[in-house]
Structure formats: structure tokens, C-alpha cells
Design a binder for this molecule. Structure first.
Ligand SMILES: Cc1cc2nc3c(=O)[nH]c(=O)nc-3n(C[C@H](O)[C@H](O)[C@H](O)COP(=O)(O)OP(=O)(O)OC[C@H]3O[C@@H](n4cnc5c(N)ncnc54)[C@H](O)[C@@H]3O)c2cc1C
Length: 379
């Protein structure tokens, strides 16, 4: 299937079965190591990127770019095609200006700039990629004095979704979008609202670091939005909404790309079980919490649900060992507020509110019943 792409590009196409597949597919963060793409394309230039986008469109495969693979929410991982721009890491310094390949890692960039007696306000993560860092704003030690990384961006070559390669000198709107407009938060806001079936009606860039955006959003898309909006804009965003009118059903909302970790039995949660589960995603329960079959105990890093046993206890033996009872170190669990819980819910999940607790659960508590429903919906 990928033969046509292999011929069309200068870079490499790595597929399952190839010796370097495992190394090529894994991003920097271990919680997304389970995601297995159909192919990882190592692009060597804008031409390769355009060819890969065209191929993905023809084959109707999901495609995601990857620069350093440090995305905390796993956005550079997919089961489709990972477009890895790491081979594009050339750095050319000309006076006070540097032209930097999209796949350059911060460690290399610091070193290359240093040779010319220059530096940039880029972050501290040595293997973070410059593209992901700049698109997210880019915080560095010199930020208070010199601003964000994106504030130093002078221009870029961008491959659009239709395969056109454009220079931002010819497209000022695109340039400001890459600069993050509202202090690096602009892209985050459009992405969040895009998932909520919203329509951007008007946008005014005041050129002062503030952007005003007017959206039409289904009311159900606003449930839980405020918290996420404030988190993603690091508290700098201002949000106001008013009722506008009734419109036809906009379709299902899927604001969460991840699945749920669901308890498969009743009982008190143990630290031993949580220790083994914490690498699967974010946990919502702590040791001692009483759970029941069908209760959601965490967010799975993968897109599907997983039945887990959070009550598992360590088997006792008669053999004593000095390393046997090591201290169990747990990542603090995430306590969801009512609004966050409502937002987390998918259509087959619901929130249980009691005076003492806010819990999440599957509508159908029995694991076998849920599996039957899943199989039926797949047909
Ligand atoms: C250990 C560590 C240290 C960090 N330190 C800092 C820090 O000091 N300062 C700071 O600001 N941030 C820091 N971060 C956060 C980091 O900047 C972001 O997670 C950033 O998005 C990572 O970029 P990346 O290219 O490495 O990740 P990736 O996972 O490759 O990409 C991140 C996002 O950008 C998209 N993307 C990547 N390349 C392209 C491209 N060429 N074109 C279009 N889209 C692209 C991806 O699809 C994904 O959505 C750190 C993260 C980690 C894990």
C-alpha cells in the first residue's frame, strides 16, 4: 500500500516489521508508546511533506506531524501515519537571523547558535522539537526579558492541507497564526472549539497580543469548556457567552481523544494496583477509595476503554526479601470537579453525584454487557 509513497519521496517509510519500526514510532513520552501507526514517514523536506499529505488524503488515513515527539497529550501519535520531520534539522545562521529546520531539537539548536555567539529564548527540554515548541508558544529561561519563542519568529514555509507550499511572507494571516496571536494561546483555543462543532464567525487581531474571536457553539459544547479554556490559556483568556438561537443538530461531540479505565470489580483500591496502572493513563482514585464494577477510575492514554482491577493486592509469600517490599511511589490522582466530570463523560458514561463524592461510571456497569453493546455498534 505504501509502495507509491516510497517511490514519491526522498525520505523513508518505516512500517511494522521493519527493524527500526519500534524505535521510529515511539514518541518521547512513554505513555504513548503503545500507539502503533501504520507507517512512520521520515520527511527530508517540504516536498516529502506535501507528497505524504496527498497520499494520506487519497488513502483516507489519519496523519499527524511530529517534530520532537514531546506532546503531553499525545497529539503527535496516531494509528494512521506519523509524519516525522526530525530529518529536517538543518540550522543556517546569517547574522541575527537563523533558518531552522522543523525537526531541529533544542539541544542541537542551542549548540549551532552558540557557535555563532547567538542564542534564542527556547525551552529547557533538550530533545523537544522546535516546531512543536514554537507552535505552542515556547517558554524559556529568558522569557521575561525576550518573550516567547514564537515572538521571535520572522517567517516560515508551511505545507497546507491541500499540499500547497506557502511562504508566510505572502500570507500575513498565516504568519500571525503561527506567532500564536494571543500570546501563544490562539491555536489552542481554535483547536478546543473545533472539537465542539463550533463555527468561527469573526476574528479581530488587535495586534497588541490580544485576539477577539466570535464563535457559534452548540450549548452542550460549552459544558466544561471554561475550565479547559482557562487551563490551556494559562488563565489569560477571557470568555463570555450568550444564547443566540436554535439550530439543527450539529452532530456528536467527541471532545476527548482518550478512553476510560473502568474498574472490573467491587472493593477498596490498593496502592499496589494503582502503581501498576498509573502508566496506562491518569488516575481519578486514591488508595482506599471504594470502587464497583463499571466505575471509571481513570483516563486511558489510548482511545479505547480498558477494564482494569484497581483492587489487586500483592500476593503474600513466606519468602522474605530485602527488595520485596519497596516503597510504592504513586503519582497524585486527579480529583475531578463536577464540571470536569460532566465534560469527561462520553455518551455511554454518566456522572454520579452524592453529598460526599462525584464519581464517573459507565451507563452499563457489567463488562460483558458493555462488550456486547460495543460489538453491536461496530456492526
Ligand atoms: C521533558 C519536556 C520538557 C519541556 N520543556 C519545555 C520548555 O522548557 N519550554 C516550553 O515551552 N515547553 C516545554 N515543553 C513542552 C513542549 O514544548 C511541548 O510539549 C511541545 O509541543 C513539544 O514539541 P515537540 O515538537 O517536541 O512535540 P511533538 O509531539 O512532535 O509535537 C507537538 C505538537 O505539534 C505538532 N507538530 C509537530 N511538528 C509540527 C510541524 N512541523 N508542523 C505542524 N505541526 C507540528 C504535532 O502534531 C503535535 O500536535 C517540554 C516538554 C517535555 C516533555
Amino acid at each position: 500500500m505504501f509502495d507509491a509513497l516510497r517511490v514519491a519521496i526522498d525520505g523513508a517509510v518505516v512500517q511494522p516489521g521493519d527493524p527500526d519500526y519500534d524505535q521510529a514510532r515511539k514518541p518521547a513520552l512513554a505513555q504513548f508508546h503503545d500507539v502503533k501507526p501504520q507507517a512512520v514517514v521520515r520527511a527530508t523536506g517540504a516536498g516529502d511533506v506535501a507528497e505524504t499529505i496527498a497520499f494520506a488524503r487519497r488513502s483516507q488515513l489519519r496523519l499527524t506531524p511530529r517534530s520532537g515527539g514531546h506532546c503531553f497529550s499525545g497529539r503527535s501519535s496516531t494509528t494512521g501515519i506519523v509524519l516525522d520531520v526530525a530529518p529536517m534539522h538543518e540550522v543556517v545562521v546569517d547574522g541575527d537571523t537563523a533558518t531552522v529546520g522543523a525537526g531541529t531539537r533544542l539541544q542541537q539548536l542551542y549548540a549551532d547558535l552558540w557557535r555563532h555567539g547567538r542564542t534564542l529564548n527556547i525551552g529547557c527540554g533538550q530533545t523537544v522539537g522546535i516546531a512543536g515548541l514554537t507552535l505552542g508558544g515556547g517558554l524559556g529561561l529568558l522569557g521575561r526579558t525576550y518573550g516567547l519563542t514564537c515572538d521571535r519568529l520572522l517567517g516560515a514555509e508551511v505545507v497546507l492541507a491541500d499540499g500547497r507550499i506557502v511562504d508566510t511572507d505572502d500570507d500575513p494571516d498565516l504568519f500571525w497564526a503561527l506567532r500564536g496571536a494571543g500570546g501563544g494561546q490562539f491555536g489552542v483555543v481554535t483547536q478546543l472549539l473545533g472539537l465542539r462543532k463550533s463555527r468561527l464567525e469573526q476574528m479581530v487581531n488587535h495586534g497588541t497580543g490580544w485576539v477577539r474571536m466570535e464563535y457559534r457553539v452548540p450549548a452542550r459544547g460549552l459544558i466544561g469548556f471554561r475550565t479547559e479554556f482557562l487551563t490551556e490559556t494559562r488563565g489569560t483568556g477571557l470568555l463570555h457567552h450568550v444564547f443566540d438561537g436554535y439550530e439543527p443538530w450539529a452532530g456528536d461531540l467527541r471532545t476527548r481523544p482518550t478512553g476510560s479505565l473502568v474498574a472490573d470489580r467491587r472493593g477498596p483500591v490498593t496502592a499496589y494496583a494503582l502503581f501498576n496502572l498509573q502508566e496506562r493513563g491518569t488516575l481519578f482514585v486514591e488508595p482506599g477509595t471504594e470502587v464497583y464494577e463499571g466505575m471509571i477510575v481513570g483516563e486511558n492514554a489510548r482511545s479505547d476503554d480498558m477494564d482494569v482491577n484497581p483492587t489487586r493486592e500483592k500476593k503474600l509469600t513466606n519468602v522474605r526479601s530485602s527488595t520485596g517490599d519497596e516503597l510504592v511511589r504513586l503519582i497524585p490522582h486527579r480529583q475531578l470537579s463536577l464540571e470536569q466530570a460532566l465534560e469527561f463523560c462520553r455518551e455511554d458514561e454518566c456522572v454520579e453525584v452524592t453529598p460526599a463524592a462525584v464519581r464517573l461510571r459507565k451507563v452499563s456497569l457489567n463488562a460483558q454487557d458493555r462488550e456486547k453493546l460495543r460489538a453491536r455498534s461496530r456492526r
